[in-house]
Design a protein around this ligand. Structure first.
Ligand code: PMP
Length: 397
């Protein structure tokens, strides 16, 4: 007999998306399911040179323990990028983290007690729901439309549910690709300041804008300055395997997150941080991002161009100006999970939207990622999806 696992270990299930991804990993499947960056676009040579430089210039340091807050030169480079994007930031405002996922876990551990109410967009990023679940939070969904969360609904929920924190992905959201308008960001910041609410702004996709104009971070809006944890990541603009992200937060929260990080992993890999810092100071990250954006724009366009014929008539979908995802909704009576099963037999896949929802899921929704296939493959995938949709409609009729 062994004592049982902790309640939190059994309260939160594994990600159903990972199970779907396992099914779609078969060779020959054209998958719109994953949320991965395109590997052929990684700057492999640039990163190899950056690691070489990290080892050559300071091998003892690269392989040694380092500070919890992160390498000063990396914090310097991240602060300069945030400042250039319109949010004045000093290295001291930042904590380097092991991916932005860790930043979310640290902020959650610093802010959320069991039973606290956390508001989230509906639908939202699954691993955030797992993080809040592990902390024992009460997760309450905020209704959203095509422009993100609805400020009036947010205000009502903060008051009614005594919420402590709002978790939002305002730009090119996962899973919907939606972007919160500037006017709504200003309103969210005002509501948070007036009603006393922490804001967690998760922004792994903001640099991947293909068209339209950048919208300032929520953290930059009046009212949000002293209450926003902004999470950034190198995963989508450089490479997710680096596991490098960052947290920008007010001093008291940042200090609490640093203590939580000491308890979690002492510090993020020194050699990875030094390599990234070399890359940021010697390579041209913006030129690299620009190449990624150009490729993703073409791929998004290929997906948008073919959806009309691939999805059942009267399906709807959005036109995100960046990021990695398109969000679609099948006609009345259709079920995206059933369509996926048929699709897999036709060697094409996507992710049903249901698992991303809190509360009642919308079984008609689905997420399509356009990043990891060429336009030609995307077109082939859409032809297969059309065949699957016809077969599926036939079955359900
Ligand atoms: N937040 C969101 C919304 C994401 O989609 C992801 C990754 N898919 C993350 C955070 C985690 O990213 P990282 O690799 O920086 O941990």
């Amino acid at each position: 007999m062994l004592p049982p696992l902790a309640a939190r270990a059994t309260a939160v299930g594994g990600s159903p998306i990972r199970e779907i991804l396992a099914l779609t990993a078969r060779p020959g499947v054209i998958s719109f399911a994953g949320g991965l960056p395109a590997p052929e676009l990684f700057d492999t040579e640039g990163l190899r040179a950056a690691y070489e430089a990290a080892f050559t210039s300071s091998p003892g340091r690269a392989l040694q323990y380092s500070t919890t807050e992160g390498a000063p030169e990396l914090r310097e480079a991240v602060a300069a990028r945030a400042t250039a994007r319109g949010l004045p930031t000093t290295p001291d405002d930042l904590l380097i983290t092991t991916g932005s996922q860790q930043a979310l876990a640290l902020v959650t551990s610093a802010l959320v007690d069991p039973g606290d109410t956390v508001l989230v967009e509906n639908p939202t990023y699954l691993a955030a729901l797992q993080t809040f679940g592990m902390a024992g939070a009460r997760v309450v969904p905020v209704p959203c439309d095509d422009e993100g969360l609805l400020p009036d609904a947010l205000q009502e929920l903060v008051e009614r549910e005594h919420a402590k924190l709002l978790y939002t992905i305002p730009t090119f959201q996962n899973p919907t690709g939606r972007t919160l308008t500037a006017a709504r960001r200003a309103e969210v910041a005002r509501i948070a300041a007036r009603l006393g609410l922490w804001l967690v702004e998760d922004d792994p996709y903001g640099d991947l804008r293909f068209e339209g104009r950048d919208i300032p971070w929520l953290a930059a809006h009046p009212g949000a300055e002293d209450r926003t944890a902004l999470l950034g990541s190198f995963s989508k603009i450089l490479a997710p395997g680096l596991r490098l992200g960052w947290l920008r937060a007010p001093a008291a929260l940042r200090r609490a997150a640093a203590v939580a990080k000491q308890a979690a992993d002492l510090h993020t890999s020194t050699v990875d941080q030094l390599a990234a810092a070399h890359y940021l100071t010697t390579a041209d990250l913006d030129a690299h991002i620009s190449r990624v954006r150009t490729a993703y724009r073409t791929r998004r366009n290929a997906l948008l161009a073919g959806l009309e014929t691939a999805l059942p008539p009267t399906s709807t979908w959005n036109h995100p100006e960046g990021g990695m995802f398109i969000w679609a909704r099948l006609p009345e009576g259709h079920d995206a999970t059933a369509l996926l099963k048929t699709s897999i037999t036709h060697d094409v896949a996507f992710v049903p939207g249901a698992p991303f929802h809190t509360g009642t899921p919308d079984p008609r929704t689905l997420r399509l990622s356009f990043t990891t296939h060429t336009p030609e493959e995307i077109t082939t995938g859409l032809t297969r999806l059309a065949t699957a949709a016809a077969a599926y409609s036939g079955v359900s009729a």
